[in-house]
Write a protein that binds this ligand. Structure first.
Ligand code: SF4
Length: 67
């Protein structure tokens, strides 16, 4: 399956992409089309990269960054 088409604009992909398949989200969403990704759903609704919360994880949970 193809990689999600929003990898170039997605901050979660920017954060976790370097981990590649070692990262659950990259493996379960980004490299397999992201059909169930909550972030992708917002992009497809027309939201821009600045409108999709950086803390929204692909599974819909909130990501709390340390600090
Ligand atoms: S987190 Fe979602 S929107 Fe972002 S690149 Fe991965 S599948 Fe696409």
């Amino acid at each position: 399956m193809a990689e999600c088409e929003f990898t170039q604009v997605c901050s979660i992909f920017a954060q976790f992409g370097p981990e590649g398949l070692d990262n659950f989200f990259i493996r379960a969403y980004c490299t397999t089309g992201g059909q169930k990704c909550k972030r992708k759903a917002l992009y497809l609704e027309g939201k821009g990269p600045d409108e999709v919360p950086a803390t929204l994880l692909p599974n819909g949970m909130q990501w709390s960054t340390p600090g």
